[in-house]
Design a protein around this ligand. Structure first.
Ligand code: SF4
Length: 647
């Protein structure tokens, strides 16, 4: 940032401030004010006064009777005072006391018969006012050259004493040069240095500030003599700009500068100086920002991109075959469909949209054409590969759809990485058709990664095993005697059936499969049958589970006891014979004994003479031993009953 310095003496001088205040005081009192010419050379102040009711008149003739006329700080000639007195208007004399002093000097010296030489601008109102006190006995000279001319051309018989005065705002340096043109110790010359101290101080300050500044801003009206002189002073030392207010700063093409000085003419209000200072700081800030932005843009536009480099870009257009990307460089980036995705079923618009900010890899740069071929797929593959590596390390279960059946396995694509699942890892039985997995969503784990080729080997079986282990752990954690399960019979042996309880196998002993006596489990169940079983015994240490299958309500003895009693006559089937009698099945699972003495109403020597296996006979239940679960049945008792009935 630049240093912006405002000259200490910049702005309203004593005389101008006094005149301005006089007008404002009158306006506040409600006086109808007319100023004889603009009160100061500052349009903003003049406009403000005008809005408050002050009127500018160029001559006394224009005055209205009730108007108070204000003589401005520049002062006026004797004639003007006379005109006002004649017209009768109230008058406020705001002539600066320093100017009034000049009037008095020239009045007196004129009366004394001197010729008045006035250093100044003949067209300036102050100078015209001074002239108005000289009875046309004067000469206005602009600078030392005109003064030199005067002395060279002075007629020999010109005998009057010369009295020198200067416009209050006269350039001091020029005044000094003028003094050098005046013959030294000439008895007929008197010099009055009437340059105002305020002007002197302002010009000195301005000069010193200009000497240490790179540019100077001189603020004041275009017609302000002292402002113009300040401009001239400063211009000798650095680039100087004359402005009337802060708005003009925008129209200037200011160069960048380390030190900026600001000074202002005697008729420039403090608030305008402040505005200029503030605006300058703002403009400077904007310039710095613009420079920085420009440099940034320039950097970007010349930024090189290289093949293999990872870049960021914003999608600016998407068509059927590619996406166009703004990389913030001079290159036009494009991503062909193949480089957007390896999924042939997708279009560019399925992958990216206008406005998306995406990461890309540069695959080819053509500086001559200003194009860059880019790949999103490679970035995705890299990210996918990193995810795959992490998944292997952490044993994460991934999901994917089987895409191809290849030699000795299947493949799928996850996050842009090709994963091969060997047939042995598919979870299918050996020799099974792998095609059955095509287009199927599967869960798998990564068991191997090939870094260089960014390939991976997966396993569905590993997931299945993991799930089993998980289920097993959960089973052993929660299982309790009495828990019921529905499971499929996995295999049969001579001593029982093995049931899959969901990752855990339990055995139903042959004696538990039926209430009947079985020779082999296959008599009642087959592999694949679904059984409802319950945990009968649990050995968590040896991981053994005994399952129960028979239900109490199916117990044949219970059924018998609930439905039969001593004295009932039933049909029974001979199931075996012995020397002491024959066993006959009353209901499924319940046999009764027909003792040899009860087979007939006569003596039987040999059971087999009367009964054979499979014979169906009517019998009477003659005794039930509930504790020993023994039933005695009799054909003879039934025969005797029938005989009694016949009698
Ligand atoms: Fe008065 Fe000096 Fe201001 Fe002029 S510059 S008005 S002489 S104070």
């Amino acid at each position: 940032m630049s240093n912006i310095t405002v000259a200490e003496s910049a702005g309203f001088c004593f005389g101008v401030d006094r005149a301005v205040q006089m007008v404002y005081n009158e306006l506040e009192k409600g006086t109808k004010v007319a100023t004889l010419g603009p009160i100061i050379h500052n349009q903003d102040v003049v406009n403000d006064m005008s809005e408050r009711g002050a009127r500018i008149v160029e001559s006394v003739d224009e005055l209205e009777p009730d108007e108070t006329v204000v003589i401005r700080s520049h002062g006026v000639g004797r004639e003007i005072y006379e005109q006002i007195r004649t017209k009768g208007n109230r008058m406020l004399d705001a002539t600066c006391p320093f100017v009034s002093k000049i009037h008095k000097i020239v009045d007196r010296k004129t009366k004394e018969g001197c010729f008045i030489l006035i250093a100044g601008d003949a067209s300036h109102p102050e100078v015209q006012g001074i002239v108005g006190h000289c009875d046309e006995n004067c000469l206005v000279f602009k600078d030392n050259f005109e003064l030199k001319d005067f002395f060279q051309n002075r007629e020999k018989n010109f005998k009057k004493t010369l009295a020198f005065v200067a416009q209050t705002t006269y350039n001091i340096l020029v005044w000094e040069k003028c003094l050098k043109e005046i013959p030294e110790n000439a008895p007929d010359i008197v010099i009055f240095d009437t340059i105002c101290n305020a002007t002197d101080a302002r010009q000195t300050d301005a000069r010193e500030l200009a000497q240490r500044s790179d540019i100077m801003l001189v603020v004041g009206g275009r017609h302000s003599s002292n402002t113009v002189k300040l401009y001239e002073v400063c211009s000798r030392y650095c680039k100087t700009y004359h402005i009337e207010n802060s708005e003009e700063l925008r129209t200037l093409k200011l160069p960048s500068a380390e030190n900026i000085g600001i000074t202002a003419g005697a008729s420039t209000p403090a608030y305008i100086i402040k505005e200029v200072q503030t605006k300058m700081a703002e403009i400077e800030k904007e310039m710095i920002q613009e420079e920085e932005n420009f440099e940034e843009l320039l950097d970007q536009s010349f930024k090189k991109i290289h093949t293999g480099e990872k870049v960021k870009g914003t999608v600016v257009a998407v068509n059927n075959t590619e996406a166009i990307v703004d990389l913030g460089t001079k290159h036009t980036g494009y991503v062909a469909l193949d480089d957007l995705t390896d999924d042939a079923s997708k279009k560019p618009e399925d992958i990216v949209s206008v406005g998306d900010e995406i990461e890309l890899v540069v695959i080819k740069v053509n500086d001559a054409e200003g194009t860059a071929a880019l790949s999103k797929r490679k970035v995705d593959e890299q990210a996918g590969y990193e995810t795959i590596v992490k998944a292997k390390e952490e044993g994460t279960i991934l999901e994917g759809v089987i895409q191809h059946v290849v030699n000795k396995g299947v493949t799928l694509n996850v996050l842009g990485v090709r994963v091969f699942i060997p047939a042995s890892q598919t979870g299918l039985p050996r020799g099974a058709e792998l095609e059955q997995l095509l287009k199927k969503k599967v869960e798998f784990m990564i068991i191997e990664v090939t870094e260089g080729r960014k390939r991976a080997v997966g396993s569905i079986r590993a997931v299945q095993n993991a799930r089993k282990e998980e289920a097993k752990a959960k089973f052993w954690e929660t299982a309790a005697v009495g828990d019921t399960f529905t499971g499929k019979i996995k295999s049969l042996t001579s001593f029982g059936a093995f049931v899959d309880l969901g990752g855990i196998d339990g055995m139903v002993h042959i004696s538990e499969l039926s209430w009947k006596r079985l020779k082999h489990p296959s008599e009642v169940v087959s592999v694949g049958d679904t059984l409802e079983v319950y945990i009968k015994e649990l050995d968590k240490e040896s991981n053994r589970i005994s399952l129960g299958y028979k239900k109490a309500e199916d117990n044949p003895w219970e059924i018998f006891m609930n439905n039969y009693q001593v004295g009932d006559v039933v049909k029974a089937t001979i199931v075996s014979t012995t020397s002491f009698g024959a066993f006959a099945q009353i209901i499924d699972g319940v046999d009764g004994l027909i003792h040899i003495s009860q087979i007939a109403d006569r003596k039987v020597e040999n059971v087999k003479d009367v009964l054979s296996e499979g014979d169906e006979v009517d019998v009477k239940i003659i005794d039930i031993d509930a504790d020993a679960k023994r039933i005695s049945i009799s054909i003879r008792a039934l025969l005797e009953d029938n005989a009694d009935d016949a009698e």
